[in-house]
Ligand binder design. Structure first.
Ligand code: CUA
Length: 341
C-alpha cells in the first residue's frame, strides 16, 4: 500500500523535474513503451488498491448488522445456507478476477519486452561497444574501416532519430548500462556480450547510471548520452577521430612533457603522443567531455587540479594511482589536459 503511494509521488516528482534522468520522461521509442507500461501498471494497480480499501471499509461497517441478524445460527458455528452460497460466489469471482488481471499484466509486460527488443532491427545503424570497468565506462564506436574506430570514455554522442546498437561487456564485475530516458537496464556481464538498441527522438543530454552494485564507487559510475542532429554528430565524430593537436603554447608543451614523463602513460592513451596505456580512459579529447571521473565532478580546471593532486580523496577506492606531481608541473599538466578538446 505505502509502496504504491511512494512510487506515485516519486513519479510525480520526476515528471515535474523536466528533462532529468527519469523513466517517466521518455525521449525515445523504447523508453516510451516502457513508460507506457509503467503507467498502465500504476493506474490498474492503484484502481485495485482503491477498490479493495472501499470494499474493506464497507464490510467493516456492515459486519455488526449481519452478526445481530445471524445470532441464532452463530451458536452452531455455521452461517446460514444463503450466506454460504453467496460467499462461495464472491470468492470464486474474486479468484477469477485476480487470475484475469495477472494474465493481462503478463501479456502487457511480455508484449512490451518483445516490442522494445525488436525496435531498430534491420535498419542501418551505428554500433557502440560499451565496456563496464570499476568505475568508468569505455565506449568504442565500431567501423569496418579500422581508421574510423573511435575510443572514448564516460560520454557518448548519438545522432537523433536513429537506432544505435549497444554491445555491452564488462572487464571485471557485473555492471548495468542504464539511460532511463532512453531504455531499461541492461546488465554487462564478464565474458558475455549483451545487446540492445537505444534511440533518442529529441536532442538533449541524457544522464546514464550503472544500475548494478559493482563495488565501492558504484554510485560514482555515471555517464552522459548526448543526442544531436546528424550533421553535428558527424562533426563531433570527425573531430574525435583526430589525434590530439600539438600546441605551440609553452605552458601546454610543459604540461604535455609532464604528462609523458609521469606514470600517467602506463594507463592512459593520448593519440598523437607516445602515451598509449589501455587500462584507463582514453584522454585524447578529454577537454571536450562534461565530467571527470565518470560523472563525479564537472570537468573544469579547478576540479581537475584537485583530482590530479589526490584522486583517492574525491573518489575513494578508484584504481587511479596517486602520483606525486611536482608543484611546478601541476598547473601546466591540468591546463594541457583541459586543452585536449
Ligand atoms: Cu558499475 Cu555499478
Amino acid at each position: 500500500m505505502s509502496r504504491v503511494v511512494v512510487a506515485f509521488s516519486l513519479a510525480v516528482m520526476m515528471s515535474c523535474a523536466g528533462h532529468e534522468q527519469s523513466i517517466v520522461d521518455p525521449a525515445g521509442p523504447q523508453a516510451g513503451k516502457i513508460a507506457a507500461l509503467w503507467w498502465f501498471f500504476l493506474f490498474l494497480l492503484s484502481a485495485i488498491f482503491v477498490a479493495v480499501m472501499v470494499f474493506m471499509l464497507w464490510t467493516l461497517t456492515r459486519r455488526h448488522r449481519e452478526v445481530e441478524r445471524e445470532k441464532t445460527v452463530e451458536s452452531e458455528h455455521k452461517p446460514p445456507e444463503a450466506t454460504e452460497s453467496k460467499l462461495k460466489r464472491v470468492v470464486t469471482g474474486c479468484t477469477i478476477a485476480t487470475v484475469a488481471i495477472l494474465f493481462v499484466l503478463i501479456v502487457a509486460s511480455v508484449g512490451t519486452g518483445k516490442a522494445v527488443s525488436e525496435l531498430g532491427n534491420g535498419k542501418k545503424r551505428l554500433i557502440v561497444e560499451v565496456t563496464g570497468n570499476q568505475w568508468w565506462w569505455q565506449f568504442r564506436y565500431m567501423n569496418s574501416d579500422p581508421s574510423q574506430i573511435l575510443l572514448t570514455a564516460n560520454e557518448i554522442h548519438i545522432p537523433v532519430g536513429q537506432p544505435v546498437l549497444i554491445r555491452g561487456m564488462s572487464n571485471d564485475v557485473i555492471h548495468s548500462f542504464w539511460v532511463p530516458n532512453l531504455h531499461g537496464k541492461r546488465d554487462l556481464i564478464p565474458s558475455r556480450t549483451t545487446t540492445e538498441y537505444i534511440q533518442a527522438d529529441q536532442s538533449g543530454v541524457y544522464r546514464g547510471q550503472c544500475a548494478e552494485f559493482c563495488g565501492l564507487q558504484h554510485a560514482h559510475m555515471s555517464f552522459y548520452v548526448i543526442a544531436e542532429p546528424e550533421e553535428r554528430f558527424n562533426a563531433w565524430m570527425a573531430s574525435q577521430l583526430q589525434p590530439a593537436a600539438p600546441s605551440s603554447d609553452p605552458v601546454l608543451q610543459h604540461g604535455q612533457q609532464a604528462f609523458l614523463s609521469y606514470e600517467c602513460v602506463y594507463c592512459h592513451q593520448i593519440r598523437g603522443t607516445t602515451a598509449a596505456g589501455q587500462n584507463a580512459p582514453d584522454l585524447t579529447h578529454f577537454g571536450s567531455r562534461r565530467s571527470i571521473a565518470a560523472g563525479t565532478l564537472p570537468n573544469n580546471l579547478g576540479n581537475l587540479t584537485g583530482w590530479l593532486v589526490n584522486p583517492q580523496r574525491i573518489k575513494p577506492g578508484n584504481h587511479m594511482a596517486t602520483i606525486a606531481v611536482n608543484s611546478q608541473d601541476l598547473q601546466p599538466l591540468a591546463e594541457y589536459l583541459e586543452s585536449l578538446k
